[in-house]
Design a protein around this ligand. Structure first.
Ligand SMILES: Cc1cc2nc3c(=O)[nH]c(=O)nc-3n(C[C@H](O)[C@H](O)[C@H](O)COP(=O)(O)O)c2cc1C
Length: 194
């Protein structure tokens, strides 16, 4: 399979039209009962990248301090993450909304419905990354916003009902980057049959 997580980019910008094509590919993903519970934010300005990195970094700093991580280590982690986000040529932030989802009176079904939306966001992000690979672009999924959706939303002044859950770095691949080794699939451990 051609797609790999590539974590190093050439500094060249990626055209907005190209980024829009990736988002369109994402929006062809399967979703529960014909909904489109996703919203995507294309972030390719320095101001946008810094706002997001600063907002999520501040929340991460608080979380790490609560975990009693040393200040030096916090600085190291948060600044590495800041550099990663602000030097990528473009970021695409995947958000979830309740738009089009069914509403239930009980918590168990509400959670299941939201879980379906999350699954479909994962499918959308995979579509986006496959389309990027097809276009010769590098991409890497970054987990950060799922740990601080409100901080990511507010950093970018997004609507209150958009909850950021997935971030993808996109750019032209640095040819010097070597993708991490991908272990063979241990099929017998991961699947059973009945
Ligand atoms: C939900 C999710 C979160 C991820 N978060 C990160 C991340 O924060 N940083 C990172 O470098 N890679 C991240 N990855 C990429 C995985 O590390 C990568 O997909 C995995 O190592 C397999 O490598 P491959 O994508 O090249 O096949 C994430 C992947 C997923 C699906």
């Amino acid at each position: 399979m051609q797609r790999r997580s590539i974590r190093a980019f050439l500094p060249d910008a990626v055209d907005r039209a190209r980024l829009d094509a990736l988002v369109e590919a994402a929006c062809l993903a399967p979703a529960p009962h014909h909904s489109r519970p996703w919203r995507f934010v294309v972030i390719d300005t320095d101001a946008g990248k810094h706002a997001l990195a600063d907002g999520m970094g501040a929340q991460w700093r608080t979380d790490l301090a609560g975990d009693r991580v040393s200040e030096a280590r916090i600085d190291e982690l948060v600044s590495a993450s800041h550099v990663k986000l602000t030097t990528a040529p473009a970021l695409v932030l995947g958000c979830l909304t309740w738009d089009g989802l069914d509403r239930y009176p009980d918590e168990a079904r509400r959670r299941a419905e939201w879980g379906m939306a999350l699954l479909s966001l994962g499918a959308a992000v995979e579509n986006l990354m496959l389309a990027a690979a097809d276009a010769g672009l590098a991409s890497c999924w970054v987990a950060a916003p799922i740990f601080c959706p409100e901080a990511a939303r507010d950093a970018l002044a997004l609507p209150a009902e958009w909850l950021p859950h997935a971030l993808v770095l996109v750019g032209r691949p640095d040819p010097a980057y070597v993708a991490r080794e991908r272990p063979a699939v241990p099929l017998d451990e991961l699947r059973t049959t009945r």
